[in-house]
Write a protein that binds this ligand. Sequence first.
Ligand SMILES: [Fe+2]
Length: 184
Amino acid sequence: MSFIPSPDQALEILKKYNRDEFHIHHAKTVSAVLGSFAGEYDPENTAFWKSVGMLHDIDFELYPEQHCVKAVEILHNEDIDEEMIHAIVSHGYGICSNVEPEKYMEKVLFAVDELTGLIGAAALMRPTGISDMEAKSVMKKFKDKKFAAGCSREVISKGAEMLGIELKELMEKTIVAMRENPVE
Ligand SMILES: [Fe+2]
């Protein structure tokens, strides 16, 4: 019998495979942002979205070279629901997996994963952080390829395209989601 972990249970599972605070913080951030988007698009499944966000990079700390491949193995061992595994693996579409994001939730995960990194890095550069940050300042950082170079602009653009929204709107929504759901 597979199971659907609550966000708290997902965090406990994540911690079995991740020690690095940076990874745990990233997982919590993506989880919080997905929860915020779910509140707008799929409120009755908010917990599911949040758990997907929490677990999406579960294998990355231990197996960076086999990202999304080892995840399937780990998540099967943890008896995680197949729909949840599909969502998690689809965030590496075209990078480390050939599972395409189909559901809206999966597309949001794909779109915000790298973007939260870019926004977080941009917020650190500002004295007032994310509190009064606007999409246009993230857009400037987006265009500066040397800034937070690890955050793939291509993936972020592809994500916005999948969602059928303008990049700037995606940034606005993600900034608001991060501002309203700060991770300690
Ligand atoms: Fe991620």
